[in-house]
Each structure stands twice: as C-alpha cells, then as structure tokens.
Design a protein. Structure first.
Length: 350
C-alpha cells in the first residue's frame, strides 16, 4: 500500500518539477540572451520559412539553413563588426589627450567653466567612454562567448523552423492559457517583436544614416562612427539623435563654422527627428507600436542584463510581461462571468 495518496503524489511531483526548473533556469542564466535572441530570430524568420516551404516547395532543412545564413550575413556579422569599430574608436579617443583638450577648449568658448568643472567634465567624458565600451560586444575581446552564443542560437532556431508545427503545437498545448488566448498571445508577441525589432531597427538605421550623411556633407569629423552611435541611441525615444547632433553643431559654431553648425541644427530638428514620427506612424498602422514609456523603462532594465542588446531585448521583455498581464486579466474576467452564470442558472437549495 502506498504511503501517499494520488493527490499527494501529484503535489510532490509538481514540487520536484518546479525545483528542477529553477535549477535549470539558474544554470542557463549565462546564455539567457542567446535564448531570447532565438525566440526573436524565429519570430522574424518564420514568415520567410513558411513562404519557402509551402509556396516555393523547397526542402525544410535547406530553407532553414538558407534563412539562417542570410540572417548571419545581413544582421549578426554587421552588428558585431560595427560594435568592434565603435569600441576601437572610443578607445582611440580616450587615449587621445589632444582631442579632449580641443573639446574642452571649444566647450569653454560656449560656456565659461572653472578648473574644477573642467576636471569633472573631462573625467565624466572618460567614464562615459569606458561605460560605452563595456556595452558593446566585441569580436576581438569576447570571440569564444560570441561564437558559442551564435552556434547555440542557430542550432535552436534551425530545429524550431524545421519542426515548426510540432514546436508551435507544443507551445499551445503547454501554455497556461486557453487555446484562444494562446493564439492571441502568439499574435500579439509577433506584432510586438516586429514593432520593436524591425520597426525600431529601421527607424534607427534611417536616423543614423541621415546623420552620417549630413556630417559627411557638412565636413564634420568621423561621420560613419557618429552615424553608428546615433543608430544605437535612436532606440531610446527620450534621447535619440539630438544627443549627438546638438553638441556637434554647437562645437562647430564655437569653432567658427557657423554655417555647418546652424545647418546641422536645422536639418536635425526638421528632418532627422521628424522622420522618426513619420515612420513610427506607418509602423503603428501595420503591426502596432510600443509606447515610449515602455521603451525607456525596458532599456533601463535591459542594458544591465544584455549590454547594448538591452536596447532591443529590454523593451521586448517588458512588453511580453504586460501582454501576459492583459491575457491573465481577460482570463480572470471570463472565469468570473462563467461562475456568475453558473450561480444564476443553478436552482437555490432549500
């Protein structure tokens, strides 16, 4: 005769499952970024995979490998290449004492500062450079971890695509929602991912390109470098391109280049900033939009966890969390209505 009842055995099994799940989650914390990247990349590649397999009748394995190869060539390698360029440039500027002296000299022409303020500004610039360097993943400094993360991500995405139907059915089966809410969560998650990754990524690319082009035309130094920095900063709505082009324009004016400085200010505020609103309006009509408050708070959450990738993953995590709360509220309200109907329909017991 068993010492435990059926219900007690189920409770013990549940406790063991939860304990093992916590241990596994703790063990995977070092590759959490790769796992989240896997989910994002699968969401992005899924429509292309369906098109190649179902419309073009291509082999499933070949289609998955082709899409992964394209994503690595067009997205992943350029990102790490640009990150390496940014790190090298920041290190170069940090070691260039003449650069900081010229910068502070021009700054003193705009705003009179004392010796103590000058030291604080110089120290702040150096610490900002060190902090920015630590944010970016470098192919040089962390090659092993980067290659390991990429291999893991590609491995997972490959099998998620090849066994797409089985993977999605399992998600629906084990999701803690009703089937209709599971489908709703999948659709909203897809729209959120598109809006934040593709939509905001496109906005950042356009703004960075416009700033780089304007720097080049007006004769500013390092147009490509500052264009890349602007593209990354454009993921944060509150900051955005003005953090780059306003100081650059003011320094040009302080150096005597009034035309270049004022032209940059006018072009920046009239074109670069407003192009964000135009593109965001189009994206909102197509796949929805993420509120700027969610983006800013998500960035604050994401950067300590993922580095520069937190600009994307932080808002995504927060959006997924809010989406889960909405679905929970919908399910709770539906349950309350069913209980109310059941109570009304049952005859009172005498």
């Amino acid at each position: 005769m068993s010492l435990f009842t059926y219900k007690q055995r189920n409770i013990i099994n549940l406790v063991i499952i939860i304990a093992l799940g916590c241990i596994i989650a703790y063990s995977l914390q070092g590759i959490f970024g790769s796992i989240l990247s896997t989910l994002v990349l699968f969401t992005i590649l899924r429509p292309g995979f369906i098109y190649l397999v179902e419309d073009k009748k291509l082999n499933r394995s070949f289609s998955a490998i082709l899409l992964l190869f394209i994503s690595v060539v067009l997205i992943i390698l350029p990102f790490y290449g640009l990150s390496t360029m940014v790190i090298e440039k920041i290190n170069e500027l940090q070691s260039d004492h003449i650069y900081f002296k010229n910068l502070l000299f021009k700054l003193k022409q705009l705003v009179p500062v004392g010796t103590e303020s000058q030291q604080l500004i110089e120290e702040g610039l150096r610490k900002a450079g060190t902090w920015a360097t630590e944010l970016f993943p470098s192919l040089i400094s962390g090659a092993f971890n980067i290659v390991l993360g990429l291999l893991l991500m590609c491995f997972l995405v490959y099998f998620m695509l090849v066994e797409r139907e089985r993977f999605e059915n399992a998600l629906i089966k084990y999701a803690p929602f009703r089937t209709q809410n599971a489908y709703r969560f999948a659709e909203e998650m897809r729209n959120t991912t598109y809006a934040n990754v593709l939509g905001q990524g496109f906005i950042a690319l356009v703004q960075g390109s416009l700033l780089s082009l304007s720097f080049f035309v007006l004769g500013f130094n390092d147009p490509v470098f500052w264009g890349v920095i602007t593209a990354f900063i454009s993921f944060v709505p509150v900051l955005g391109p003005p953090v780059i082009f306003v100081p650059a324009a003011l320094l040009q004016i302080a150096g005597g280049n009034n035309f270049g400085g004022w032209a940059m200010l006018i072009f920046g505020f009239v074109v670069i900033i407003n192009i964000d609103n135009v593109i965001r309006f189009v994206i909102a009509k197509k796949v929805g939009n993420i509120h700027p408050i969610i983006t800013v708070i998500g960035v604050v959450i994401g950067i300590p966890l993922f580095g520069i990738l937190g600009l994307v993953f932080g808002p995504l995590l927060l959006s997924y969390f809010i989406l889960l709360i909405k679905i929970y509220e919908t399910s709770a309200m539906a349950s309350e209505r069913l209980e109310r109907i059941k109570t009304i329909s049952e005859p009172d017991e005498l």
